[in-house]
Design a protein. Structure first.
Length: 344
């Protein structure tokens, strides 16, 4: 079924809907009159076209009149008329990774129905706790499980220091050191890459995201991701990934590569920030004043924790900056946002 397309590699063998990530969460959304429609997963999103992935391979979808590709994200599940290959509707997302770009009034979905978000950073000048916390807040808010991946460990004098700093960013946070070019990286990440599981990669340009996608996908993929290096003086890289796409992982599961994000504005992420800074969230009710800013008020439990060494002053300063930015960037609520979050 479906016209062949060339912008996404075709699976070597037919696969099941379950191996594509289909679950009861999506099946329960189908109406009785939609049983003849075929579930497909969005594999690529371009300005004027979408590619869907069915059990038999990729399909170039026909969009209904007035459809906007901006309403879809890689990883979305949609229902399609199998006779005309016309997209009928998008199903509610189980999880979503979204951000607000500068000057935009709406959130932009980067990927949908992601189980695990791999936040990739290098053991060099790219390692920035404040930026990593923004990615973690994004994952928490969207319902994905965040994992920090450390690359370029062979160039670091003290890898353990990077591992400790990363692990301290959030309770229970998994931190894995990988070499994206080696096949051992796929083995190290296999706990999150099982059949039917979807992972996404975020991080700065040049940290090894595209290389890692190629390693996870294996040598059989038809269209490897373009890769590039970084500048040695500031650890900055150029954008080699310019669009998001869904790739099959050799041992099972799916991986979504994303372009490097030069700016990541925090918005609509109050719950994600609360999870990220759980140690501050839990102390807040103990403050004398209900609206305590944890900056100068008497009887502040957070400031007391800083004074006796239980909290770092820099950590509180970063929380305050993210909290204020989120408050200032989040529009007043006007009703349900039309999506559900998992992992709450």
């Amino acid at each position: 079924m479906g016209r062949p397309v060339t912008d996404h590699p075709k699976p070597l063998h037919p696969v099941s809907h379950a191996s594509l990530g289909w679950s009861g969460f999506f099946e329960d959304q189908r109406e009785p009159h939609e049983t003849d429609l075929a579930p497909m997963r969005i594999a690529t999103v371009h300005r004027s076209r979408l590619t869907g992935l069915s059990p038999t391979g990729p399909v170039k979808l026909t969009l209904p009149v007035h459809a906007n590709t901006g309403d879809f994200a890689v990883g979305d599940w949609v229902l399609v008329d199998p006779r005309t290959e016309t997209l009928h509707r998008r199903l509610n997302r189980r999880t979503v990774l979204e951000r607000r770009t500068e000057g935009s009034r709406t959130l932009q979905a980067a990927a949908a129905n992601v189980d695990t978000l791999f936040v990739v950073t290098s053991c060099n000048a790219d390692f920035n706790p404040a930026r990593l916390e923004r990615y973690l807040a994004l994952a928490n808010q969207g319902g994905a499980n965040p994992v920090i991946l450390l690359t370029k460990a062979d160039m670091a004098a003290d890898v353990g220091a990077y591992q400790r700093q990363a692990a301290e960013l959030q309770r229970g946070l998994a931190v894995v050191t990988v070499n994206p070019r080696l096949s051992e990286a796929a083995s190290a990440l296999s706990p999150w890459c099982g059949v039917g599981q979807t992972v996404a990669l975020v991080g700065s340009s040049g940290v090894g995201k595209s290389t890692l996608v190629n390693t996870l996908a294996g040598p059989s993929q038809e269209l490897p991701q373009e890769t590039g290096g970084i500048r040695q003086h500031d650890a900055k890289g150029r954008h080699t990934t310019t669009s998001r796409s869904l790739h099959a992982i050799a041992g099972g599961g799916w991986v979504i590569d994303t372009p490097g994000m030069r700016t990541l504005h925090v918005s609509d992420a109050a719950e994600g920030i609360e999870t990220l800074f759980a140690e501050i969230t839990e102390l807040a009710p103990l403050c004398r004043f209900r609206d305590c800013t944890h900056a100068h008020e008497p009887g502040c439990a957070v400031q007391a924790a800083v004074a006796d060494g239980r909290l770092e002053l820099e950590r509180v300063a970063r929380w305050r900056k993210l909290f204020k930015e989120n408050r200032d960037n989040t529009p007043a609520s006007t009703g349900p946002r039309g999506r559900q979050k998992a992992g709450r």
